[in-house]
Design a protein around this ligand. Structure first.
Ligand code: 5GP
Ligand code: MG
Length: 184
């Protein structure tokens, strides 16, 4: 599908599925080199947005790892509110562990800063950030974002797990808001 409509907005295709998959395979290759048998990291996937990314990424990892899910939210509509509304579901024991935080997208960085703090306070030995997408022009925080599959401009995107007010998560491609300013 070239264009989709969700609620009141139209989106056009931006990153096709095969490109997403290629970038994830590259990222997994890097992780496979960096992680080795001496530690079993805990992958902590941030729901809901990163469910597809987490699933596709983990299929390519060849070291032992654990997986758990948490939930947060800082978005309302198409803009980050900068405030976390909730952090739910951290049941895994993270004391002394290497935790790989798996995000769909890092925008202002408010979410990862909060989570980084929370996980460090909960005793994680090391918190590593891994994200499908990074908006480098929006991200102004100090925490290093070690694993990035793709960098994108400051546009609002949906699909491949990401939503616009809860719609659009199921698409296998990534779409961008079809505003006059970013029409090609
Ligand atoms: P941050 O806290 O870095 O500002 O934003 C992180 C969260 O905001 C992401 O996990 C994601 O849920 C949401 N977000 C940021 N940018 C976008 C975007 O372009 N599209 C969608 N659908 N969500 C976004
Ligand atoms: Mg999210």
């Amino acid at each position: 599908m070239e264009r989709i409509t969700l609620h009141d907005k139209t989106f056009r295709i931006f990153i096709p599925h095969n490109e997403i998959q290629k970038s994830i395979e590259e990222l997994a290759k890097k992780m496979n080199q960096d992680f080795n048998a001496s530690e079993v990291p805990l992958f902590l996937s941030v729901l809901n947005g990163s469910f597809m990314f987490t699933s596709d990424l983990l299929k390519h990892l060849n070291f032992q790892c654990e997986l758990s899910f948490i939930k947060v939210s800082s978005y309302s509509g198409v803009e980050s509110t900068g405030e976390l509304k909730h952090i739910l579901g951290l049941s895994a024991d993270i004391n002394g562990r290497t935790v790989v935080l798996v995000e769909d997208i890092v925008d202002t960085g408010a979410t990862i800063v909060e989570l980084y703090k929370m996980l460090t306070e909960a005793g994680a030995a090391r918190v590593v950030i891994c994200t499908l997408l990074l908006k480098p022009d929006a991200y102004k925080k100090d925490i290093p974002v070690e694993y990035v599959a793709m960098k994108i401009p400051n546009d609002f995107i949906v699909g491949y797990g990401l939503d616009y007010d809860e719609l659009g998560r199921q698409y296998k491609d990534i779409y961008v808001l079809d505003t006059p300013s970013n029409q090609k």
